[in-house]
Ligand binder design. Structure first.
Ligand code: SF4
Length: 340
């Protein structure tokens, strides 16, 4: 009989799944799991009888950490083995101000096929459950001590697994548990318009980032197949709707690819797209992936692009690349099986 995995379940779900008669037991178990208990024997306010029952029927987490990789810049990548043998990767980023961000995956692989992304070459194996997403957070928190932010930006397209993400956020923000403020949570989408409206209308009210990459329709269609069903004009309206509904500025992201999306004309198109909507622009020089036909932009190329946007009055950040030696940088995550 497969054991029930308890991480990600609410106190009520714990009671129901285990058939516990005393309602307060679910809350006690939930609190232990939220405070990183590793075994049922640590749960000393439960009777010995209940702890034995839990041992028999349940596990605290369904996944295990297969490998911990550390970059000299402080980035840590965990390779996690799921209960069905698939692998995912999840990353802890530490910035210069020592703020720690969990970059969490929501799918094993990804179906969106962005041309510049390693994960996009894998195809989709499956969606993660809310519990598996929470487990990533818990493992990263154990590495970090304290996490400042969580971003759904690892492997997979969050809008394609929004219900599980909602479940994970509800668990993480529970005042009886991790009590994580939704202000510290960001969801990054490649531009799935339906999902943006769904999140705006039905919450949770978190920060939104959109991987724009370019505001050139033809180029975007070549780089990001999502563009076909989610055209830029409609995407812009959805971003504006989200910013107004949530009261939060949206971040537009772009990986800068040498000679592809860094021209003066590309910058002009991005300026036109961003003008009049409440956005920040976050640029990151593309991280090399040997199997993909792109190259890194040089420093002057990045600088010219940033200057053009800034001169047009936009808020722009050029991000520092992190985690490159362990393939933990943006777009480099790629493990779903023992083989790749
Ligand atoms: S960038 Fe994101 S949405 Fe696009 S293929 Fe990679 S993981 Fe999927």
């Amino acid at each position: 009989m497969q054991k029930i995995s308890l991480t990600g379940l609410t106190p009520l779900q714990i009671n129901e799944t285990l058939g516990l008669k005393q309602a307060f037991r679910g809350k006690q178990i939930f609190k232990w799991i939220s405070s990183h208990a590793k075994s049922f024997s640590e749960m000393t306010n439960l009777s010995k009888e209940l702890r034995d029952e839990l041992e028999e029927k349940a596990v605290i987490r369904s996944s295990t950490v297969n490998q911990v990789l550390k970059d000299p810049d402080g980035t840590i990548k965990l390779q996690i083995r799921l209960s069905d043998g698939l692998f995912i990767e999840t990353v802890l980023l530490t910035d210069k101000a020592d703020r720690k961000t969990a970059c969490v995956s929501c799918q094993a692989g990804c179906a969106m096929k962005c041309a510049f992304c390693q994960t996009g070459t894998l195809g989709l194996a499956r969606n993660l459950t809310a519990g598996e997403i929470v487990e990533e957070f818990m493992y990263l928190e154990e590495e970090a001590g304290t996490l400042d932010n969580i971003v759904f930006m690892g492997m997979g397209e969050p809008m394609m697994n929004l219900e599980a993400i909602r479940g994970a956020i509800a668990w993480l923000s529970s005042t009886d548990g991790r009590n994580l403020s939704t202000r510290r949570i960001t969801l990054s989408t490649c531009g799935v318009i339906k999902g943006i409206y769904d999140l705006a209308d039905n919450g949770p009210n978190i920060r939104l980032a959109v991987s724009l990459t370019t505001a050139d329709e033809e180029l975007r269609e070549r780089l990001m197949p999502v563009q076909k069903g989610n055209p830029l004009g409609e995407l812009r309206k959805a971003i504006n709707y989200y910013a107004e509904k949530s009261g939060k500025r949206v971040t537009l992201e772009a990986a800068l690819l040498h000679g592809e999306n860094t021209s003066k004309e590309s910058a002009d198109r991005m300026i036109n797209f961003a003008r009049g909507i409440d956005v920040n622009i976050n640029l990151i020089p593309w991280n090399p992936i040997e199997t993909l036909p792109f190259s890194e932009p040089d420093a002057s190329e990045c600088k010219a692009f940033v200057s053009q946007l800034e001169n047009a009055g936009l808020n722009v950040t050029l991000r520092t690349r992190r985690g490159r030696t362990i393939k933990g940088a943006c777009g480099q995550l790629g493990k779903t099986s023992q083989e790749n």
